[in-house]
Design a protein around this ligand. Structure first.
Ligand SMILES: [Zn+2]
Length: 231
C-alpha cells in the first residue's frame, strides 16, 4: 500500500453525509486476530478519494484504521496490511489472546458508535498554533490559539495527516513485517491519524485524557501500525 503521500493536516468533523466513517462494526475480513473470536475495534475508515486523505492510489477505496482495544489491556499494538478487496492481514499483534472480559475497561462496548464525517483542512493560523503546541505543549499556547485549536478539533478530537508527536517526541516503533526492508529496525512512522481519548463529544475510549491512539504507516512497506501512547 501507499503510493502518494499527503501530510496536510486536517480534522474529522461529524457530518451526516460525510464520506468518512468513525466507529461502526468490524466488517473487514481479517479484523479478528487469528485463532480468536473477538474483533479489533474499527476506529476510523477513511475514503482514499478525498484529497485530504494522507494516502491515495492504494488498491483499496477505504483505508480502515483498527485498534485492538480488547487486547493488551487497552495498550496493545497491531500492524496490518490493507488488501485490494478491503480485507486486512494482521502481520503482528502484541497480545495474542483477548483480555479477560472481567478485566478490560470497555464492558459494554463491542464497537464504537458509527458516525459519518468529513475532513476539514486546517488553516495556516491553526497549523501555526498546532506547531507551537507540539513544541511547547498546548497548555502554553495563547488563549486565542487554544481557542483556535479547540475549534478545529485538534486539541481533543481526531487529527488526520500532519505529524505523529508524543510528549516524548516522535513515535518510535519497529516494523514486524518479515518482508519489509526495515524489518525489526527502529524507525519513525508516517502520520495517518491521531485519535484522542474523547474523539467525539460523549465518547470516551480509555477514560484517560493523556492517552491517544496513533495510526501511522511504515515508510518502507506501507503497512498500517496502530499504537497508543501518552500525548
Ligand atoms: Zn515495514
Amino acid at each position: 500500500m501507499r503510493k502518494k503521500w499527503n501530510n496536510e493536516p486536517s480534522t474529522f468533523l461529524v457530518s451526516k453525509n460525510g464520506r468518512h466513517q468513525f466507529g461502526g462494526k468490524a466488517t473487514h475480513k481479517g479484523a479478528i486476530p487469528r485463532g480468536c473470536k473477538v474483533p479489533m475495534h474499527l476506529i476510523l475508515s477513511l475514503n482514499t478519494k478525498d484529497p485530504l486523505c494522507p494516502v491515495d492510489e492504494i488498491e483499496a477505496k477505504e483505508l480502515p484504521l483498527y485498534y485492538p482495544l480488547r487486547y493488551g489491556m487497552g495498550g496493545g499494538e497491531v500492524q496490518y496490511q490493507v488488501c485490494k478487496d478491503s480485507s486486512i492481514r494482521i502481520t503482528y499483534i502484541d497480545a495474542q489472546e483477548p483480555d479477560d472480559p472481567a478485566d478490560h475497561p470497555y464492558p459494554n462496548q463491542d464497537c464504537l458508535p458509527e458516525m459519518r464525517g468529513v475532513l476539514r483542512a486546517m488553516s495556516y493560523e491553526e497549523i501555526r498554533a498546532a506547531a507551537y503546541a507540539d513544541l511547547y505543549s498546548d497548555r502554553k499556547c495563547s488563549p486565542r490559539d487554544k481557542k483556535l485549536l479547540a475549534h478545529a478539533g485538534w486539541t481533543d478530537g481526531i487529527r488526520v495527516g500532519g505529524e505523529l508527536l508524543t510528549c516524548r517526541g516522535e513515535v518510535g516503533w519497529e516494523c514486524k513485517n518479515s518482508k519489509c526492508k526495515i524489518f525489526e529496525r527502529p524507525s519513525v512512522l508516517k502520520a495517518l491519524a491521531v485519535v484522542a481519548d474523547s474523539p467525539i463529544k460523549g465518547i470516551e475510549i480509555f477514560g484517560c485524557s493523556d492517552v491517544v491512539i496513533f495510526f501511522g504507516l511504515c515508510r518502507a512497506c506501507g503497512q498500517v501500525v496502530a499504537v497508543n501512547r501518552c500525548s
